[in-house]
Design a protein around this ligand. Structure first.
Ligand code: ADP
Ligand code: MG
Length: 210
């Protein structure tokens, strides 16, 4: 059993809820090493996804992910909008027109999202960005999908837990990409807002898949 279009839509609604509840936290994280707009930008984008889904849930998982991508690209702005937008768009392409996404589909979508974010933003591990959450998440998802009896929920749980650890690891890092890199050494000692939002989104997806 995998995720249907409705399942992905529900997971995105859950992500929107989590982003909304953490809006102020994300604003504060971005205020410390950026310009303070990340929480507002992400909340606006995910609220717009919910509105779009309220009017119509597209027919297959790939189309739902594509709707999320185009909404994020048009509504979020900043660095994160195009990055998340590209990630969701690549996930949509990886999912294609399949009617349900199984564990290998989830892994392929996550891997494609990571590749999209890296193609767009050129960040690598250790640059103190969302990549530091997403990269270990993909590795953990791949490992989990390889263990016997793993379902979509288990794969997403492994990804979310690895993303949370990866996000925490950004505290000690000096930013080499994005606005925080302008601070140089002074960026160390703060959690990266984009890594935090990535971990929050994956956690919401994992919770919804249970
Ligand atoms: P902006 O920096 O334009 O204000 P946001 O505040 O919405 O945009 O997003 C900032 C987040 O974007 C950072 O915390 C970081 O995780 C992510 N980010 C910035 N530049 C890059 C990049 N080149 N690659 C990956 N992620 C990046
Ligand atoms: Mg910002």
């Amino acid at each position: 059993m995998g995720c249907t279009a409705q399942g992905i839509a529900d997971a995105l609604r859950a992500a929107a809820g989590v982003i909304g509840r953490h809006r102020v936290e994300l604003i504060d994280l971005d205020r410390a090493i950026g310009d303070g707009d990340h929480g507002e930008n992400m909340n606006r984008g995910f609220a717009a996804i919910v509105s779009a889904l309220d009017s119509k849930v597209p027919e297959n998982p790939g189309a739902v992910l594509k709707l999320a991508a185009t909404t994020l690209i048009s509504k979020v702005g900043g660095a994160a909008g195009p990055l998340y937008g590209t990630g969701f768009l690549r996930a949509a392409t990886a999912t294609g027109t399949m009617s349900e996404v199984d564990t290998s589909g989830v892994v392929a979508a996550l891997r494609a999202a990571l590749e999209g974010v890296q193609a767009r933003g050129k960040a690598v591990a250790g640059d103190k960005t969302m990549v530091d959450a997403l990269l270990p998440a993909v590795a953990a998802a791949e490992a989990a999908a390889g263990s016997p009896g793993a379902d979509v929920a288990a794969v997403l749980r492994a990804a979310a837990d690895a993303a949370a650890k990866g996000a925490e690891s950004t505290v000690d890092l000096v930013a080499r990409k994005g606005r925080a890199s302008y601070l140089g050494q002074r960026s160390a000692g703060h959690l990266d807002p984009g890594a935090r939002s990535t971990a929050l989104i994956l956690d919401a997806l994992a919770q919804e898949a249970r």
